[in-house]
Ligand binder design. Structure first.
Ligand code: HEM
Ligand code: HEM
Length: 183
């Protein structure tokens, strides 16, 4: 497979659908935790954040399994070794954060004794007993992992834009558009 072919369509669709959700969930999480919000806005953002977060879990599991079964195509040969290593390490970290974020959020909410409306409607859960200690630990982990995710994503997006707008080296076209023209 040549570099021009890039990622397969399922990998692209999974990347961009999860990216769109995460890009909405981060500001929702940051805003909903501010003091003094109108009640309806805070409640609406919490509803969106928690339920979108649990909906992402099956997509993330599918993405990781698909990735294990389909290694990515080789990078263009001119990419230097340090950039290959940086891309590999940051992608691994992003996958790890995609596991830690929804799990810590889920534990924080369930151990805190709060609803997850979608799962409650389906009669699923709560799966965890109420525990203020566990809820506090999960909350701290969710916060630290969120800050790390924001930092790694800033570098990830900057690198993607650098390849797309300055280098024109084919890296951007490996994953954009969200489906591959020739499969
Ligand atoms: C929203 C703006 C985003 C842009 C512009 C973007 C861009 C890209 C590009 C160009 C690649 C291909 C890199 C390569 O060919 O090696 C890529 C891969 C990847 N992106 Fe993003 N991305 C974005 C958001 C995200 C988000 C939100 C996440 C996860 C939280 C994410 C996780 C990943 C991972 C894990 C890979 C590696 C795929 C693999 O090789 O398995 N990206 N991204
Ligand atoms: C990819 C998935 C997720 C991302 C990127 C994400 C991101 C964030 C961010 C940026 C914040 C604000 C920083 C903080 O206060 O921790 C936050 C807070 C929060 N998130 Fe998430 N989150 C995700 C999944 C979830 C899930 C699945 C749930 C619950 C079902 C959840 C529940 C919460 C709660 C309750 C807070 C407020 C924490 C508090 O101060 O008590 N999150 N999230």
């Amino acid at each position: 497979m040549t570099a021009a072919h890039g990622y397969r369509t399922p990998a692209r669709l999974l990347h961009w659908s999860i990216a769109a959700a995460v890009v909405l969930m981060i500001p929702a999480g940051l805003v909903m935790t501010q003091d003094g919000l109108p009640r309806s806005l805070g409640d609406g953002l919490f509803l969106f954040h928690k339920n979108m977060g649990v909906l992402l879990i099956p997509l993330i599991v599918w993405r990781i399994l698909y990735r294990l079964m389909h290694p990515p195509p080789p990078l263009p040969p001119q990419i230097p070794a340090w950039q290959r290593a940086a891309a590999g390490a940051s992608h691994l970290l992003l996958y790890a954060l995609l596991v830690v974020m929804p799990l810590s959020g889920f534990i924080r909410v369930r151990a805190g004794g709060f609803p997850i409306e979608l799962l409650d409607r389906l009669g699923l859960g709560p799966w965890l007993a109420k525990s203020p200690t566990l809820a506090a630990r999960a909350e701290a982990l969710h916060y630290v992992a969120a800050m790390l995710l924001i930092a790694v994503l800033a570098v990830h997006v900057a690198a993607a834009l650098h390849h797309a707008l300055i280098r024109h080296d084919g890296v951007w076209r490996r994953i954009w558009p969200p489906w591959r023209a020739r499969d």
